[in-house]
Ligand binder design. Structure first.
Ligand SMILES: [Mg+2]
Length: 255
């Protein structure tokens, strides 16, 4: 999950800006955690608790109100008991990382990914995007090598993950269907975590969310370097960091 957070923080200063040049500094004084981190941590907290995803999202968003939320999501989060609003946005896959680490098998990963998505993002594209990210993490941490992992995702979700198309220049795309394939392709083409996130953030557009999703999956595929993990954690507030600690403790007890 810290891979998602680090990717969000690294991409944060390029959101909606021109694509950064290769070799950009990973961490910079302008970097900060954004909505991607807040929602990722909220879903992790809910998964470790009562699994009331909507309540957790609302509580975390209200505690961190100024983190770059989309307008529709912000309204939903500030309205008690608001129903899902048909969103096909990348908000569902960007917050799903913890599911990939906690799910015991494919069926549970699909169910949890869909459930956390459907409280707000109930469009089939958003649910599929969240399931693809969760399954990529689950299969990678089970030791699936990249070629097999890529093939399984293509087969299950029909995404085009060929680098020449998935990593082609794009505009500002906040759809799940337009964000998950490039983020996954960035991971599958890279040889380490940093390379994956550099490729994803380097696409520009919704750079923090591309970095978040790529960082989440790359943590399971390539491993997260400890210095990057440490620097990312230092950017968090105490309440978010406490959930990260709780999550790490839970995982270390399982493996
Ligand atoms: Mg963001």
């Amino acid at each position: 999950m810290l891979g998602a957070i680090a990717g969000d923080i690294i991409g944060s200063r390029f959101e909606g800006e021109p694509a950064p040049r290769p070799g950009f500094a990973l961490f910079h004084p302008d970097c900060r955690f954004t909505d991607d981190t807040v929602c990722t941590v909220a879903i992790a907290a809910a998964l470790m608790g009562d699994r009331d995803y909507a309540r957790a999202l609302r509580a975390f968003v209200r505690r961190h109100p100024d983190r770059g939320y989309g307008g529709m999501f912000r309204r939903w989060a500030h309205t008690d008991h608001a129903p899902p609003y048909g969103s096909w946005g990348n908000g569902a896959p960007m917050r799903v990382a913890a599911v990939g680490w906690l799910a015991a098998d494919e069926a549970e990963a699909r169910d949890l990914a869909a459930a956390q998505s459907a409280v707000s993002h109930d469009h089939p594209d958003a649910i599929a995007g969240a399931q693809a990210v969760a399954l990529a993490i689950l299969w990678a941490r089970r030791g699936q090598p990249v070629p097999a992992l890529r093939a399984r995702i293509v087969h299950a979700f029909g995404y085009d993950l060929r680098p020449e198309t998935a990593l082609a220049a794009r505009g500002f795309d906040v759809s799940a269907a337009g964000t998950v394939p490039p983020a996954l392709a960035a991971v599958f083409e890279a040889t380490d975590w940093e390379g994956a996130v550099r490729t994803a953030v380097g696409l520009g557009g919704d750079a923090d969310t591309l970095g978040c999703i790529a960082g989440a999956v790359a943590e399971a595929v390539h491993g997260l370097p400890s210095d990057i993990a440490r620097t990312a954690r230092a950017c968090l507030t105490e309440d978010l960091d406490a959930v990260v600690t709780q999550f790490a403790t839970l995982l270390s007890g399982r493996h």
